[in-house]
Design a protein around this ligand. Sequence first.
Ligand code: C2E
Ligand code: CA
Ligand code: CA
Length: 619
Amino acid sequence: MISFVAKNTSILVVDDIAENLKILAKTLTAQGYQVRCATSGLAALSEASTIIPNLILLDIKMPNLDGYQVCRRLKADARTRDIPVIFLSALDDILDKIKAFEVGGADYISKPFQIQEVLVRVKNQIALQSAIAKISELNQELEERVQQRTFELQNVNQRLLQEIGRRKRIQQQLHHDALHDELTGLPNRTLLVEQTEGAIQRARHDPSYMYALLFIDLDRFKVINDSLGHLVGDRLLVAVSDVFQECLRENDLVARLGGDEFVILLDGIRDPQNAIAIGERIQQKLRSPFKLKDQNIFTSASIGIVFSSSHYDNASDLLRDADIAMYRAKAKGKARYEIFDRAMYYETLSLIELENNLRLAIKRDQLLLHYQPIISLKDNKLVGFEALIRWHHPTKGNISPVEFIPIAEDTGLILEIGDWLLRKACQQLRQWQQKYAAVPQLALLKMNINLASQQLQQPLFIERLDQILQETGLDGSFLKFEITESVLIEPEGNIQNTLREIRKRKIKLSIDDFGTGYSSLNYLRRFPIDNLKIDRSFIEQMNSDAENLEIVRVIITLAKTLGMDAVSEGVETPQQLQQLKELGCKFAQGYLFAEPLSPKVVESMLGKYPDSFDLTAYN
Ligand code: C2E
Ligand code: CA
Ligand code: CA
């Protein structure tokens, strides 16, 4: 609704006849309009452009400039163009209505005026005018709003596009991450499996298509990682992954499965020899050291190779067989490749069977301990025993610990077994101490117990140990734990604390199989170690091989220098004993003195002590 307010509405009345002017002015003023008058066309133009009126009442017939001309000029001037013009025509004028509208008139009134008509027409024009103004204002506002909205929309649109772009990138990244290894950037297991499944499919449709899988595991990577730090370990992994890539052809894929395990998918080979050649190239390239952080690092890899065959219908069987072949390469001495064959698979199956049997053996009490005497070479006296586990299988007979301890370690069964044998050996020694309390020498016998590193890693190991010591009433000073060198190079942490706690209980530590691992004098110094047990392999070859004799000499000297005692294991001949004595070895153990003995045999021997134990023959 357009409101009509006469008060603020100004009207210019133009007429050359003063009488007309007067009447109109009076009437309109009475209605509340502000009225201005002009008596000629020129005066009207000047009035209208100085103060813009809301409406002009314009007489047509005037001297000089007539109403049409005035109107035309008003419409030609931007300032006055929008003022509505109502023509006034005398009765005797021939009102040219067409012309009146043509020159831009809004309306016309014929004289003599009927004042009511004038007022209505004026009012209408003013209302129309203000409606137009309002519409134009609204239009303007609308325009501005549209512009504002358009601007906002453009902004939002822009942001949306950016967001979509960002999400796309994240999605691509996520997709990439889901299929690649973070450290090396190589494809991961998922992508490898995908591609391998593709190769299996292809081989099914195209019998001439061949592929191969190479399962690569770095040798002794854990030792490098633990001794030189994870940073160096990581760099080595990146460096070897570069080497693998250099050895491949365009279509081949190398993936990192995790840790130090890599798998290469050779896509489309003409001949098995191609795969072998790549395996050999990798071995050869790894022979040169990697220069990382100013150190030369040597590494090697064990590789298992499996070739496409019609009986493969999924990637996991292929990976399993490549893995089996890789394990075989490790078992055969590492730094080599092995090609998978069916026999390997069945051997692995029998390993699994062994594992299952071992679980049952624990439940069915088929495990027992034998005790091998340890002799002091100074006076040929018995100083203690090494507890060695035995597995008596009801149908398979005795199974060697060399066979089942590694499986127990791999499967974690070693924890259960270790716990059992720690308790058993402590009970046994305590029982003998009590039984032979009257013989001073026997009351001081020690017990050596082999500990796997996983046992030491158990958070509750010390608690269990304390419990066993308390239950059996055995003093820690009668115990010696045999650990391997690899335990010592574990990074500072749980194991180290556990070793300290063990020492607090006066339990001694002995490094088993010394000389076969990756040892460093630093590690040996870090812990108060009591014994170095020289590995049987060195003793065995001592007489036939000058180099081994030298190694034994060096170890004995090293032990002395570090304030430890050397213990030789696997002493079988008087000649070896003689040499060890000359070299100043303190203790020995071996078939020459006694095999690992059942508790019964030990007891019959201890019962006749010292007669049963005349070692003077070895002098
Ligand atoms: P090891 O700790 O180095 O044990 C010494 C091995 O040498 C024993 O083999 C022992 O019977 C054998 N031996 C002793 N004297 C002679 C000798 O004069 N000549 C020869 N040829 N061999 C000799 P065994 O009992 O078969 O144990 C083999 C390995 O199994 C042990 O090596 C040890 O690593 C592991 N093992 C045995 N018992 C346990 C155990 O209770 N706990 C753990 N964690 N490992 C054990
Ligand atoms: Ca041992
Ligand atoms: Ca040993």
